[in-house]
Design a protein around this ligand. Structure first.
Ligand code: HAM
Length: 424
């Protein structure tokens, strides 16, 4: 008999093998954000549709093509949240957070929904780690959040990320830039592919991140937003660049970075990773959205934030394997307990740790660790004299150290990772 249901297209099951990566991402996000004064917020999975049409923008792909919208039994139009910024802004006002000391620093971990064409790295249900800082407009806060995401990638041991940065101005200077773009592209527009003609009509800024070679060639000589910034926006952008330089965070100025949601003002940024490839190389993004609160009918309130995609980050983690593969190859209950304790400490520290609790023999477990591409094996076993010991094996150098279970094993594992360049 055929099964009666299949997993919906664009969704995935997170199986036990996936969990070490997801645990590492979530623990690390929670720990980093909380230690920097960010408080957790959770908003509903669905919201009134208007919240998203008004914030993301009527002309964006997210609103036009990708929303899961339905009428509830009371005939109200509801939408599964495609993103978290507008709901958090709504909750900031609904929950009275605007009366607290400003700025308010918030973070979230949760699932989001976009009816996109599924492909590698693109899902219809996906997860984000996001932060929003509301109630202050200082460029220092843009630097703070950019650095926070940077630290998260660092803690997870992900290398090869590039930070793309741009400023797209605000309601004072963007109209001038928009007009300049309209004028520049107008003579060529009938020669462009139909999709880009439509983008041009909806929002000329959208042409800048077109994937069409012809449009990409044209944009080389197009006016750039940074040339059109008003004094306030230009100063803010100087502040962001100087802050990043001071923090030692390298960035690439990208005049074509315009983001796929309409609420951004001034700073816009994305984190790219080349191994994700193609259209899905953005592992996260964000920026400032000083006009969003007013657009939603609330008091004018500046804000800045980012969201990082957990599916894409998990893929990068999977490509390099878990940081630690922990096992015991003896029935010694105390040692088993010690290994589990160390593993959970490492997990809390944001490392991807897999604990092998199978009944396999030593050879079987070691083979599985290699197949999973673990960087370190942590092996609880008995020494020749029968006393319990922990082996710490570096899988690339093949060196093994012997540790006493009473040692500070967690610290020794971390320093082994650092000294072998696996972790920050
Ligand atoms: P976004 O660029 O639309 O920004 O999404 C952020 C990240 O979520 C992307 O870089 C990607 O990693 C992940 N993502 C988006 N769509 C999908 C998908 N269909 N499948 C898998 N991953 C996906 C926002 O959502 C803004 N709310 C970010 C923000 C926060 N701006 C200010 N505050």
């Amino acid at each position: 008999m055929a099964p009666i249901a299949q997993r919906p297209r664009g969704t995935q099951d997170l199986l036990p093998d996936d969990q070490p990566y997801w645990d590492a991402m979530r623990h690390s996000a929670q720990r980093l954000a909380s230690s920097r004064g960010y408080q957790r917020i959770e908003t509903p999975i669905f919201e009134p549709t208007e919240l998203f049409t008004r914030s993301a923008g009527e002309t964006t792909d997210v609103v036009n093509k990708e929303m899961y919208t339905f009428l509830d039994r009371g005939g109200r139009s509801m939408t599964l949240r495609p993103e978290g910024t507008a709901p958090v802004v709504r909750a900031y006002f609904d929950g009275g957070l605007f009366t607290e000391r400003q700025p308010v620093r918030l973070f979230y971990l949760g699932s989001f929904f976009r009816y996109d064409r599924p492909q590698a790295g693109r899902f219809r249900q996906f997860h984000q780690f996001g932060v929003e800082v509301l109630g202050a407009g200082s460029p220092r806060l843009d630097v703070e959040i950019i650095a926070l995401a940077w630290q998260w990638f660092g803690e997870l041991g992900i290398k090869g990320i590039s930070l793309q940065l741009n400023s797209i101005g605000d309601s004072a200077c963007r109209p001038g830039y928009r007009a300049a773009l309209l004028e520049y592209f107008q003579p060529y527009i009938s020669t462009l592919p139909a999709d880009d003609q439509a983008r041009f009509r909806r929002n000329p800024l959208r042409l800048l991140d077109s994937k069409e070679p012809q449009t990409q060639e044209l944009r080389e000589k197009a006016p750039r937003s940074v040339q059109y910034l008003c004094r306030e926006c230009a100063e803010a952008f100087d502040g962001v660049r100087a802050g990043l330089e001071k923090a030692g965070i390298r960035f690439t100025l990208n005049p074509w970075l315009v983001r796929g949601l309409d609420y951004y003002t001034r700073t816009a940024f994305e984190y790219w990773h080349e191994s994700l490839g193609g259209a899905q190389n953005s592992i996260g993004g964000g920026g400032r959205y000083d006009g969003l609160a007013a657009e939603l009918g609330y008091r004018d309130t500046p804000g800045t934030g980012f969201a990082l995609g957990l599916e894409r980050t998990a893929e990068l983690l999977r490509q390099s394997g878990p940081a630690v593969y922990a096992m015991t190859v003896t029935a010694d209950a105390g040692l088993r307990e010690r290994i589990v304790q160390v593993a959970s400490g490492l997990l809390q520290a944001g490392l991807a740790v897999e604990v092998d609790t199978s009944d396999d023999d030593f050879g079987g477990k070691i083979k599985r660790a290699a197949r999973r591409r673990a960087r370190l094996d942590l092996i609880g076993r008995l020494a020749e004299d029968g006393s319990p010991m922990i082996g710490l094996r570096n899988m690339s150098s093949r060196n093994e150290r012997t540790l006493d279970p009473a040692d500070d094993v967690q610290r020794l594992v971390c320093s082994e990772l650092t000294s072998s360049g696996i972790q920050r």
